[in-house]
Design a protein around this ligand. Sequence first.
Ligand SMILES: [Mn+2]
Length: 282
Amino acid sequence: MSVTWAVHAYAWTSHWTDDDLPIIDRARALGLDAVEIPLMDLDDVHPAAIRARAEAEGMRLVTSTVCGAATDPCSPDPAVRAAARDYLAACVDVTAELGAPVMGGVLYAHHGGRIDGRPERVLLDRSAEVLADVARHAARRGVTLGLEPCNRYETYLVNTADQALELADLIGEPNVGVHLDSYHMNIEEDEFAAPIRRVGDRLVHFHLSESHRGIPGQGTVAWGEVMGALDAIGYGGFVGLESFEEIAPSMRAATCVWRDMAESSDALVAGGLAHLKGLVAA
Ligand SMILES: [Mn+2]
């Protein structure tokens, strides 16, 4: 199994700025091959500086983002949908400038948004229409998009791998795939292996996150099934540890991680990586 081991910068920062460039060195020292850069506040993400640091360290890059209320592709307001299109296209541009091949995350709806009742079909249709435009832009920039199904407490639109495949089919562009996350899968899927197999060669990113967002191997995610299924589909893309240990209080509300899950982010990342690499080797 030949995957690229990444870590999300959220292990160490809540808001990426140039001050966070040493995260790239730190990730390399911990045995990782890549860093996932969060594209939340684009004004503070300077792709040339990040790319130069990554290249100097021999590290690869992948990006992710989420849509907010003002950039919700499902919004009934055409102006908000246009803002979503512009925001996601700008994120694609930064991804391309970073030399990163994949941008994942909650690209399809307002992360944390709530609605009354079940989501109507029109929400999915609106999202697909916005994302088709973004995908065509991304194709011109050499970027693949990954739709990340997210648990029911964080989104109402795409909770499962099958729903992500449905949305990807609706978008209908070849550079749109699925970005799975074991933390969300643990809440929403019946099991781990079958959804990974159903996504198959449309998997473009995978977040290695434990059931409680703590150290992988210490929760209830069936890591043997996860890594076995990734191997079975011949997955050769990014696998990224995602945790939120050393984050600002403002981010705790977004992730609902209210207690310490490890001694430090270094301990969480090193411990998780050792466990998962051990499984792959075995
Ligand atoms: Mn994730």
